[in-house]
Design a protein around this ligand. Sequence first.
Ligand code: DGP
Length: 230
Amino acid sequence: MSGRKTRGAFIVIEGLDRSGKSTQVALLEERLKGEGIPVRVMKFPDRTTPIGKMIDSYLRSETEMDDRAIHLLFSANRWELSKSITDALDAGETVVCDRYAFSGIAFSAAKNKPGMSFEWCRAPDVALPAPDLTLFLAVTPEAQRARGGFGEERYEKADMQERVEHVFERIGVEMGDGSRWIAVDADGGKEEVAQELWRLVQPLAKGTDRPLARLWADLDERVRNSHLYI
Ligand code: DGP
């Protein structure tokens, strides 16, 4: 990298199903490569690992699983690949990730099952590498419908998506100052949305000198400092 920084930046793209996430990740990858920036694209769930294959089978309704068990598998899938993320960042690559821990909370908490509170759903992902920037693609139900409606997978139903959106909203509020989590209006055309994403990503495109943070590290600290931590 020219003007080399300590590490690559970690960018996450989140959103509801049919929000144009995967298209935008591909366009962002193309743009970064065009600028000569080394980029690593990742996607969660990563369905290629043994854990990912179990998730894939669940999403396609080929297997049933306890809601808590599948939640923990989604998280385990992120943990098993977390070293690939940090290795790529250390090597100076910009990591662009299609979904991450925020989907983990949103889709599981949206099930409204006893014992699966927001906090419970967040817990297994505490201390994962924290993105430097998460861009949430906000899309209206009308735009979702106009994009051809949902597919066949387990969560692709309008009422579920509505509940998922509410949890994402809460995550956005709790992420704080607006520098690490930005909601982007994704109802527009793909070039228009891509332009806006690039405007937001560009300041980080050459990497960053900021130490890599950990997700919800303050929660981790609180537990460590309490008498509950052995
Ligand atoms: P995708 O491959 O991006 O279409 O995602 C597959 C589906 O799985 C999608 O409906 C969102 C959902 N999903 C993604 N990550 C998680 C997660 O960590 N937990 C749960 N429960 N669902 C997730």
